[in-house]
Design a protein around this ligand. Structure first.
Ligand SMILES: Cc1ncc(COP(=O)(O)O)c(C=O)c1O
Length: 463
């Protein structure tokens, strides 16, 4: 196959180092130059349309170039674009903090602003550690995290991450985290049935806590879905038991809802489904509907009060980012939350996710290479396996997901799989018809891969 490369693509490759990419791959698969977006679609420099089935790294909620959000952003830009957030404040941040406290689980009363997901994780880890220091629990200087966890890519966040692809090479630099086997419902070692699961896997956490609780400041988890691990899903009962263990062993619970917050799991926040309030809740991504980087850490009065004292006691939380509480991002977030309410999105998500689940299960469940189609809320995942009976995975070197991704792009569908798992996490504005098209194109792409393109080569030509 011959593929031409445009001037912009060529210039991009001269200077741009892309994230989460082996740049050598771009030699025969150059970056697609996106010129505009509308609704669930992105449009490239040649006018080709792509369904953004992954909400551009899980950030977009109400479509690209949403009228209401763009207008709110433009208006704010003419009033106040940014101001230092120490000793100064502004209406968008105040209103947003009030709103977040109102809609998150009871007991979360204080909001600390940061500017991306990883930095929110750093904040939560540091706050938890400092809290214990200030409560004279000097031994609590480790964190407990699950296998296959993903919490971002700064060094603190990588330390609690469990996906080797991202943190293996940095091991010598990372914190000494206590690691525990997390839930693995697809390959459940206890052979529990999904609808009748007693979460015996929680005992692994209990055992670690029994041994190490005096050293552990906090447990960090991705509630209900371990997203970057391949959309691994587990039931709310696990979270409920985890919270009880945290209380029993005097360990904080950090709920990283950066990927799953804002309706992705069917409720506004995943923790709601377990009826729990974590000690820290990290939010980002959907917070601004995919417009601007912003993150927050919500916490409790108990945590806040451990830092509240005369300056000379040096108990303050002295963490800051230049763009903390950026007014443009806060205004956009307020508009996002208003859209949720005005347009009854939780209800819409319920209807659309039911439709998506019925259709996708029908199409994928019996496919010879689909080990499982699973779905929680508006997150659907297709795990491809080499052997359906044994659930043996395809070797990662075969890069099956990557090849199917390329085929799907040709068809106008942006999937960007996680290893052997293809997934849907579309913007909520997607219509039922578009859900059908997205699922149909995914099916065609999988078929095409297995039928004939495993060994095709691409040759590049400069325009
Ligand atoms: C659960 C979770 N936590 C943290 C992060 C890191 O967020 P960011 O990429 O904004 O640093 C991500 C990003 O994908 C995530 O999925």
């Amino acid at each position: 196959m011959i593929r031409t490369i445009s001037d912009l693509q060529k210039r991009d490759l001269n200077h741009v180092w892309h994230p989460c990419s082996q740049m050598k791959d771009y030699e025969d698969f150059p970056p697609i130059v996106i010129k505009s977006g509308k609704g669930i679609y992105l449009y490239d420099e040649n006018g080709k349309q792509y369904i953004d089935a992954v909400s551009s790294w899980w950030v977009n909620l109400f479509g690209h170039c949403n009228e209401r959000i763009s207008t709110a952003l433009a208006n704010q830009a003419f009033q106040l674009e940014h101001a230092i957030f120490a000793n100064f404040t502004h209406e968008p941040a105040i209103l947003l903090a009030e709103k977040l406290v109102e809609i998150t689980p009871d007991g979360l009363s204080k909001v600390f602003f940061a500017d991306n997901g990883s930095s929110a994780i750093e904040v939560a880890l540091k706050m938890s550690f400092q809290y214990h220091m200030q409560k004279n629990k000097q031994s609590k200087k480790r964190f407990l995290a699950l296998t296959d966890a993903y919490h971002g890519e700064t060094l603190g966040a990588l330390s609690v991450g469990g996906v080797g692809l991202y943190n293996q090479v940095f091991q010598p630099l990372l914190l000494d985290t206590v690691r525990v086997q997390g839930p693995d419902c697809f390959r459940c070692p206890f052979n529990e049935k999904p609808n009748n699961c007693n979460t015996p896997c929680i005992t692994a956490v209990e055992e670690k806590l029994k041994l190490h609780h005096e050293e552990i400041a906090a447990i960090i988890i991705e509630p209900l879905i371990q997203a970057a691990a391949g959309m691994k899903m587990y039931p709310p009962s696990y979270l409920k038991k985890l919270k009880a263990l945290c209380l029993q062993y005097d360990v904080h619970l950090i709920a990283d809802e950066i990927a799953v917050g804002f309706g992705r799991t069917g409720t506004m926040f995943a923790c709601e489904q377990a009826g729990i309030t974590p000690d820290f809740m990290c939010l980002s991504k959907g917070l601004t509907g995919g417009y601007l980087p912003l993150s927050v850490v919500l916490t409790t009065d108990d945590v806040y009060e451990a830092f509240y004292d005369d300056y000379q006691t040096m108990k303050a939380f002295l963490h800051s980012h230049s763009y903390t509480g950026n007014p443009l991002a806060c205004r956009v977030a307020l508009e996002v939350l208003q859209i949720f309410e005005d347009e009854h999105y939780i209800k819409q998500i319920e209807e659309k996710s039911t439709y998506m689940k019925e259709l996708a299960s029908k199409i994928f469940q019996h496919h010879p290479y689909v080990g499982e189609y699973r779905q929680t809320g508006m997150v659907g995942a297709i795990e491809l396996v080499k052997n359906k009976e044994t659930k043996e995975p395809f070797p990662s070197e075969e890069r099956i997901g990557y090849h199917i991704y390329q085929i799907a792009l040709e068809k106008g569908l942006l999937l960007r799989p996680l290893g052997n798992t293809l997934y849907f996490m579309p913007p909520y504005v997607i219509s039922k018809k578009e859900i059908r098209i997205m699922i149909g194109l995914t099916h065609e792409s999988i078929q095409q891969y297995f039928e004939n393109v495993q060994n095709s080569k691409v040759v590049l030509e400069v325009e």
